[in-house]
Design a protein. Sequence first.
Length: 652
Amino acid sequence: MTTDPADLPGDDFSLDDVRREGLLPARGAESAPHDGTGRVELAFTIEDADGAPAAQRSVRVPPGVTVFDSASWNGIAIDSTCGGHGTCHKCKVRIDGPTPTSKHDVRTFTRQQLDDGWRLACLVQATRDLAVDVPPLTTRPKAATVGVGRQVILRPAVQKRYVELDEPSLADQRPDLPRLLGAIDDLAPTADLHVLRRLPTVLRAADFKVTAVIVDEDLIDVEPGDTTGQRYAIAFDLGTTTVVATLMDVGTGTPVAVASMLNKQQPFGGDVITRISATMMDPEALPRLQQAAADTLAQLATQVCREGGVDPEHVYEVAVAGNATMTALVLGIDPEPLGVAPFIMSSAQPPTVLASDLGLTLHPRARAMFFPALGAYVGGDIVAGMLATGMDRDKRTRLFIDVGTNCEIVVSNGDRILATAAPAGPAFEGGAIRCGMRAADGAIEVIRLTDTVDLTVIGEVEPKGLCGSGLVDAVAELVRVGLLDSSGRFIPDEQAPDVAPKLADRLTMIGQERVFVLHRPHPDAEPEDCVVLSQRDVRELQFAKAAISTGWTLLLEELGLEHRDVQQVLMAGSFGSYISPASAVRIGLVPKLPVLRIVSAGNVAGEGAKMALLSIRERAGADALLREVTYVELSDRTDFNDRFVDQLGFHG
Ligand code: FES
């Protein structure tokens, strides 16, 4: 590949433009501005110090996400000290194939390196499938990039200090503890009986060369020798459906390993309400739900430590970001008051506990901190998400939507922050949908209607059903081509050939219900054996999207804002991040804005948990959000129902 300097972006090109509009000037032959649709795959090869491949990871992201963010969301560490802002020139990666070149790349790399595919990862947007080589980290950063472009100065609660002490003598009979603490000049921790019991033995066995382990203001252990290089913590995104664990090296701010699995509470029900109901009907359910959550966390902790090659004894803290019900259940707190009006939490600020109390086998004195919650349905996961996206710091008018069974919505105008929750139901997670399924192998995740039906299927296998993003695409595309009218009804059969001649024969019946065939396993397959979108599915999606759009409409009104005032929409969560912005706009799930203002934010709850582990200042910021955010209860609004009905249709 060659790059003609004349072809490079001019001086008027700024990174802020890129971030604001979500685009880099496209120069590569195969690159094109994204239109808010589809999905791209990035195959990362992580190299060791000798440049040999050490690990490989493939990730799928919405088009337009930078290579840097794609890696960061998935726990792949790329060098950086500027937080992805294009100024440190450290995020060097090698990309296979034609890739746009920015002026920052030209300043950073030689012509040969550019031809070899070297680019700055934060300046390359993934608009096609990419193979990316990631060199090993070369910097020991003072800051780490987490969240949505957030840069965090490293100041973790977990601190270590290696000291070499003078041995006691008859001339120096200071007790062991002041001898140790006197050698640590920048911290003044307190010690409990656990440490005092270990101290005499460890000091003498290690010839008075030890490492003090401090969490917050407590000396939790004294380790023989110098262990300052082993300082780890685990960030948990404790979701109702999926739980994600990221093992963090808090000394460098880098992720070491990531693992996820379905929450083992699934057998008790798919959403928080059914799990709360389970505890109301069966007194044995609460301890069993607590145990299931603990087992999930413990299995993930074991897995990330094994994959990261880290001794679990060197993990000293965990941060848990979960909704109010998940937090109550894992702590063994009765969740019933969360499930019935007036929806009361036992505490907005859960206590810090020992990780061993959650069933985790880490350092025996490791702590577990929980994010505070704003309300029964705007929980710690959303507070973590707000932290990760900087909702309290950005001066722009921004709308944050975490789409799920319970959808949390936050609007900030740079001055005030309002939050609410909307009951969207299970449609987005494949529930109550005829061919609905989770986003697993065989799920249709992207749909385009042309003269035919173009499908993207997870795992590239025979389509089995529709996941949430596929459902949104299916409805949006059928509205676009005119086979669904603005009320959400399939148009009459006799009109279909005029509206979409090549697609009309896919409109058919199953029993009394009209359906559109998305995938026929073989030409003679009966509709019952096909993957279809039914009229009832469309209705389910309409209810879900109307609940959400009513939520943000009312919040915007409360701030005296119009839809067009929104400068950025952040689509968050494991589902929301994968909805096509174009389809979300078309069905009215988000305000009618240019798709480039709609940004996939990734797993922001997990990112917020990482931030809390890396910075006590950011952790304090999460607490401050409790005072700064106003929770708006929608269920007692007299105008809610009228607004909801207004939002049901698909209005161009
Ligand atoms: Fe600093 Fe890309 S230039 S992260």
